[in-house]
Design a binder for this molecule. Structure first.
Ligand code: MN
Length: 315
């Protein structure tokens, strides 16, 4: 056998091994992203490594008991992303979410943990905002990277998650949905991000500044300007409202007559905001804050829009 032939054999063998390794990284399967006729929905925003505050928000919205066991029955809990960074407890928060996922499913409910920009940042190796306690809770930097890698316990779980879902007539996502994505379906948006995080293919543009994990225009606009940004997106996806995190606000607030409801209350110790949640029960929108009473939110823009012209004509 010639040396050149042997070299060829080795090259082919290496190529085959590389293909086999790659075959292991198939794009993840499609996952459900739409639910309807859900009676009770609870949404909780950015946790940023604060387990105690997350637990307070879950208890205030009556989803867990004093042993952290699911008491929410058929409720759908949506955590709108950003459990990582700025605080030490992301691992504890994910462990609780994983346990509640099972318990809720057994009770006929559901836990939706959505991807935030900080989930994608740490999965892509951007450790600028990690907390020292967070790193040590995983057993150091190398173990942290492995745990959130494609084959790690948390990384595998995170890579199955959606970034935009629809429940009843509401879209839920971390940042917001720019009109740039209006021609994509929810399957395409979620699949594009999952594939990008798993194989590096998919649609990396979706995780950049104008994508659903980073977009801030919905949280920063008001009135007519907000309506102009939202309404074409709402029409395309057949919804009336959107629930977002990402931009800390003073409590759970409704913008644009209830087009957009913001659930990032800056609850982590790093920001010092309240442990709070949005509770949607049989069409009524209320906020609940640890230690306080339920507060109704003004979510009625579509009602007044219809009522006004009719009233004028009658007069
Ligand atoms: Mn964020």
């Amino acid at each position: 056998m010639s040396k050149a032939f042997l070299v060829q054999v080795v090259i082919v063998a290496v190529h085959c091994l590389a293909l086999m390794a790659h075959a292991d990284e198939k794009p993840p399967k499609e996952k459900a992203n739409t639910w309807s006729n859900i009676d009770r929905i609870v949404a909780i925003g950015d946790v940023h490594g604060d387990y105690n505050q997350f637990v307070r928000a879950l208890r205030a919205s009556k989803l867990i008991n004093d042993k952290q066991a699911w008491t929410g029955g058929k409720t759908h809990l949506v955590q709108t992303g950003d459990v990582f960074d700025r605080g030490p407890d992301s691992k504890k928060v994910m462990d609780l979410l994983m346990a509640l996922e099972q318990q809720a499913a057994a009770a006929g409910g559901m836990v939706h943990t959505l991807l935030g920009n900080h989930e994608v940042m740490v999965m892509k190796g951007d450790m600028r905002y990690t907390h020292p306690g967070e790193i040590s809770s995983f057993g150091g930097r190398a173990k942290f990277a492995a745990a959130i890698g494609p084959k790690g316990k948390y990384g595998k779980w995170l890579r199955t998650h959606n970034c935009v879902i629809k429940i009843n007539d509401i879209l839920f996502m971390h940042g917001g949905l720019s009109q740039q994505w209006i021609d994509l379906s929810l399957d395409k948006i979620n699949g594009g991000v999952r594939t990008y995080l798993t194989t590096g293919g998919g649609n990396g543009h979706l995780v950049r500044s104008n994508g659903p994990l980073w977009y801030r225009a919905w949280a920063r606009n008001r009135g007519e300007a907000l309506a102009a940004l939202c309404d074409p997106v709402f029409k395309k996806f057949g919804v009336r409202h959107a629930v977002i995190g990402h931009t800390p606000q003073r409590g759970v607030i409704a913008l644009g007559g209830g087009r957009v409801i913001c659930v990032d209350t800056g609850m982590s110790a790093r920001y010092g905001g309240p442990a709070a949640a949005l509770v949607i029960e049989k069409g009524a929108y209320r906020s609940i804050q640890h230690g306080q009473q339920f507060r109704p939110l003004a979510v009625d823009y579509y009602k007044s829009k219809k009522a006004k012209p009719a009233a004028k004509k009658a007069a």
